[in-house]
Design a protein around this ligand. Structure first.
Ligand code: FMN
Length: 164
């Protein structure tokens, strides 16, 4: 990186604060790899394209979920409901081996877990992976979706849940 560009980089605290003011939904990205259930909380999720239907998630390079997803070649994005804040924290806790212990799941396409009580499930094949700095940008081609219109989504902003 050139010295001029480096000088223009924001302070990490300011960058985090600015990005934290962008309200985002909360998902749990799940993978079943070799019979093992893996998943983590992800707010860096977005739709990308309608035709073909593509979405993207960003996962930290050291994420265990990223490793399993890369090997499985497919995954499920569970969009959490407003009463699933505890679940979001459980799936974010590092070192917690059995994140699925208190959660009812159903096997979706490729066996990836669909979490009971979520607003929506978006099941994908891994379409592409791109460099995203200390994260990896994973583009998924959507195979199937399920939506529960009766539920309100969980919203994460300024380091907390808006309507939990
Ligand atoms: C609300 C919330 C949103 C998060 N969003 C992301 C995200 O978009 N990408 C990411 O890599 N980690 C995100 N995390 C952090 C991961 O969930 C956390 O680092 C987790 O321990 C990673 O688990 P793994 O290594 O088993 O995949 C988020 C955590 C919380 C609480």
């Amino acid at each position: 990186m050139s010295a001029a560009l480096k000088e223009m980089a924001p302070e990490p605290h300011d960058f985090r604060k600015a990005m934290g003011s962008f309200a985002a939904g909360v998902t749990v990205v799940t993978v079943c790899h070799e019979g093992r259930l893996v998943g983590t909380t992800v707010s860096a999720f977005s739709s990308v394209s309608m035709d073909p239907p593509l979405v993207m998630v960003c996962l930290k390079r050291d994420s265990r979920t990223l490793a399993a997803l890369g090997q499985a070649g497919s995954f499920c994005v569970n969009i959490l409901a407003s009463d699933q804040g505890d679940l979001a924290y459980r799936f974010a806790k590092s070192g917690a081996d059995d994140r699925f212990a208190l959660t009812v799941v159903e096997a979706g396409v490729g066996g990836h877990p669909l979490l009971a009580g979520a607003v929506a499930a978006v099941e994908c094949d891994l379409h592409a992976a791109h460099d995203g700095g200390d994260h990896e940008i994973l583009v998924g081609r959507v195979l199937r979706v399920a939506v529960d219109d009766a539920k309100a989504p969980l919203v994460y902003v300024r380091g907390g849940f808006l309507n939990a």
